[in-house]
Design a protein around this ligand. Structure first.
Ligand code: GDP
Ligand code: CA
Length: 305
């Protein structure tokens, strides 16, 4: 069994290659829910949807989120009623949120709802929210603390990051199956995702970090940093905001208490020795996922490491 820890876009792109090499039944994906947010009374789980839509082959590949060919008529109509509409929700995408919210309202857990959605979209993969409970990532800026989505989408990650808060981290329990998926796996993959707000959140859920330290699985992470910068997203701003260097080494260090192997991009090969000194094995390869071929090649490197 293989278990992956995932954020949104970077993870989903990597997992597209991985599912070409392994049976869906043998794969569990633990997904960040720190970005979850309520909009117009609907429960939105951005990273779970990105991963689910991508693996189901219906994602809008250009944007990396949402459903391909979707329209935005409902959102446009909502502008009549709401002064502020800053979160993009497509018409087909809304069906997912309506269904999810309805089931949650009927008392189902997010993990149960997520399983129903992935099955309805034809997937045999176990997609697990990191927790069924409230866990909210907030970014501390000069203007105060704001929900991560507000910082990212509404403010376009323009505010200087002074800190990151995980509301609920002390009390949120891992969703059923999360700890088992780490303990029972032969291989645990840390996807190339934001190390602070996508992987850092999962690691902050009670018992997860401990399970990673003690599992017999091989633990392999793919660098989300290429040539000293993130491919996409605000990882650089967040690392800097926390007083950390923006580098592949910096990411490896965040995982060094449990990691066996780090997949480093060829462009950062100069950092190899430094990372090895953390007691982590390093594999240097091309990690830029330009097309399906490069995604599969990267997944192969991870599986064979
Ligand atoms: P989000 O939740 O949608 O922000 O997505 P993630 O946290 O999963 O992904 C953001 C991270 O993915 C960024 O740090 C990117 O640098 C990384 N990423 C995106 N595409 C690639 C790629 O092709 N190769 C590698 N190595 N990292 C990537
Ligand atoms: Ca995310």
């Amino acid at each position: 069994m293989i278990t992956a820890l995932a954020g949104g876009v970077g993870a989903a792109r990597f997992l597209t290659g991985l599912v070409k090499l392994v049976n869906e039944k043998d794969l569990s994906i633990i997904v960040n829910t720190g970005d979850d947010i309520e909009m117009f009374g609907l429960h939105i789980s951005p990273d779970i949807d990105i991963v689910t839509y991508t693996l189901a082959g219906i994602v809008d590949e250009e944007k990396g989120w949402g459903i391909k060919g979707d329209t935005f008529h409902c959102l446009q109509a909502l502008r009549r009623f709401y002064r502020e509409v800053w979160f993009n929700l497509g018409d087909k995408d809304l069906a997912t949120h309506v269904f999810r919210t309805n089931l949650l309202k009927n008392g189902l857990k997010l993990s149960e709802v997520t399983a129903q959605i992935s099955r309805a979209l034809g997937l045999d993969i176990t997609i697990l929210p990191m927790t069924d409970e409230k866990f909210e990532t907030r970014i501390v800026t000069e203007a105060g603390s704001v929900h991560f989505q507000k910082y990212l989408v509404k403010r376009d990650a323009k505010n200087e990051v002074l800190g990151v808060e995980f509301l609920g981290a002390e009390i949120a329990n891992p969703a059923p199956g999360v700890i088992e998926a780490i303990k029972d796996a032969q291989l645990v993959i840390i996807c190339p995702s934001n190390p602070i707000v996508s992987i850092g959140t999962i690691l902050a859920v009670k018992g997860v970090r401990d399970a990673l330290r003690h599992t017999n699985a091989k633990r392999v992470a793919i660098s989300p940093i290429i040539a000293g910068a993130p491919v996409k997203g605000p990882a650089d701003k967040l690392l800097r905001g926390l007083g950390l260097e923006v580098s592949a080494y910096s990411v490896a260090k965040l995982y060094s208490d449990f990691l066996d192997t780090f997949i480093l991009d060829s462009a950062d090969s100069a950092e190899r020795d430094k990372i090895e000194k953390l007691g982590i094995e390093v594999k240097v390869t091309n990690t830029l996922m330009k097309n399906l071929e490069t995604k599969i090649a990267l997944a192969k490197t991870v599986i064979e490491s």
